[in-house]
Design a protein around this ligand. Structure first.
Ligand code: MLT
Ligand code: ZN
Length: 462
């Protein structure tokens, strides 16, 4: 479909020429995110620079019933930022200012297009950090992290994105612009619209300004343990978390993921199940926690336990972990990556890891298993050539079986990547009749279904 002429004429009157594009090459570059979901070319891309412009664009789209997909860095993994058919992309890339850092309140105010790493580089000057961090998406923006309630490496100690958002300015589908929340550390006032917006994947409004809660930068120590079996590594996670230690990060990496890291980086890490820890806090507490973790790992037969003694070694350990997905993409550029992103209650963690492994064997698939073990989150990847329809079907079946297993033990279909396009089949299975409540909220805030339609729910218009 071509862009409707009346819509285009109004768009041209709202935004300067530099703030939108209809050029095919530009449109193509916004047609997908980091998932394997099919590309969808938008009718136009707009780059507003103010909250008022965002609101005006939404009002225009609403009047003309043109779908609009808000987009940060485009690093989402489930098709969340793939444009909706016959719609436009509203990129927040140019709204990338850190407006204010308030060290005494442990807060900052910023625009949604600020890149996560840039924010933490700036906050470090005041001895602060924004804790929930995407582990693979280098270009993730704070707006995108809010859209998907990103978790990442440090969520087990500090909470996910939702736990760090105090206040939001939001443009609604009807073109209005308003604030939700306060700067108070706690409130009992009214419905919590801030938490409702976080994780709503662009279906309820577009965030135009944000107040975040921050933490002081802690002392930290990174360690690595290697195990004979995945079962022992997973059991160590459970025992460490049950011991009362709350690590800053606790990651599991299976042997296949290590093999990918080795091939990609030219390293020779032993290809065996591995845990990477980060301990945060006062130096004396850290030393005690390291020893407790070392003992637990030894009790489960860990053949190796190393505390990174230099910043360079610490960086290297984390670089390996953070590059797993990049490594897989680089090693299998033409393959479709099927993903699982389940989380289960901690007492089911070891069994869930075994289930993930067993499903690979049952369906004859090479799988990699890694993830934020300390909060029960398992990432499960399998790479399939697009020409192998049978393998694709087996991969999808295995991924679905893993999700159903997670749901059967009280877990979730997606811990941190969102529903997007890829996980829509499981929304109803996870939430049952509560999906109707979600749809009523969607209907109340976006009656014409213009905001990222087709994501999360199957219905074309929300
Ligand atoms: C990660 O933790 O590296 C990402 O969330 C996982 C992924 O790319 O699937
Ligand atoms: Zn992750």
């Amino acid at each position: 479909m071509n862009i409707p002429p009346a819509f285009l004429a109004e768009l041209q009157s709202l935004l300067p020429p530099s703030a939108f594009s209809l050029q095919p090459a530009v449109l193509e570059s916004y047609a997908r995110d980091e998932s394997s979901q099919p590309a969808q070319t938008p009718l136009a891309v707009v780059w507003p620079e103010t909250a008022e412009q965002v609101a005006a664009v939404l009002g225009l789209c609403n009047r003309h019933r043109v779908p609009v997909t808000a987009r940060g860095g485009g690093s989402s993994l489930e098709g969340n930022a793939v444009p909706s058919p016959d719609g436009i992309v509203l990129s927040l890339e140019r709204m990338n200012k850190i407006l204010e850092v308030l060290p005494q309140d442990f807060q900052c105010r910023l625009q949604p297009g600020v890149i996560y790493d840039d924010l933490n580089r700036r906050l470090a000057r005041d001895g602060l950090f924004f804790a929930p961090g995407p582990s693979s998406g280098d270009v993730a923006t704070i707006g995108g992290m809010i859209g998907n309630n990103a978790g990442g490496l440090n969520a087990l100690r500090y909470g996910v994105t939702r736990d760090h958002v105090l206040r939001l300015q939001v443009a609604l589908a009807d073109g209005s612009l308003l604030w939700f929340g306060t700067r108070a550390m706690k409130t009992s006032s009214g419905f919590d619209l801030v938490r409702l917006m976080v994780g709503s994947e662009g279906l309820l409004g577009v965030v135009t300004e944000i107040v975040l809660r921050l933490h002081g930068l802690p002392e930290r120590k990174t360690a690595m343990a290697r195990f004979e079996t995945l079962e022992a590594a997973a059991q160590a996670v459970f025992e460490i978390m049950s011991s009362g230690i709350v690590p800053g990060a606790l990651e599991l990496i299976d042997e296949n993921s290590i093999a990918h890291i080795n091939r990609y980086k030219g390293w020779d890490w032993p290809e065996t199940p591995t845990l990477i820890f980060e301990f945060h806090g006062a130096p004396s507490g850290i030393a005690e926690e390291v020893e407790m973790a070392r003992e637990i790992c030894a009790g489960l037969g860990a053949s190796y336990f190393e505390v990174a003694e230099t910043p360079a070694r610490r960086e290297q350990l984390w670089a390996g972990r953070k590059e797993i997905t990049n490594a897989e993409k680089a090693l299998y550029p033409d393959h479709i990556m099927l993903k699982g992103d389940i989380a289960v209650p901690l007492s089911h963690y070891a069994a869930a890891v075994q289930k993930a492994q067993a499903l690979g064997e049952q369906y004859g698939l090479a799988v990699s298993i890694f993830g934020h073990a300390g909060d029960g989150n398992i990432h499960w990847h399998t790479l399939v050539p697009p020409s192998d329809a049978a393998a694709l079907e087996r991969g999808e079946q295995a991924a679905a079986d893993l999700i159903r297993y997670a749901l059967s033990v009280g877990g979730t279909a997606t811990a941190e990547h969102g529903i997007g396009l890829a996980k829509r089949a499981f929304l109803l299975e996870e939430h049952g009749a509560a999906v109707e409540v979600m749809k009523r909220i969607k209907q109340a805030l976006d009656p014409n279904g213009i905001l990222n339609p087709g994501k999360m729910f199957f219905d074309e218009r929300g």
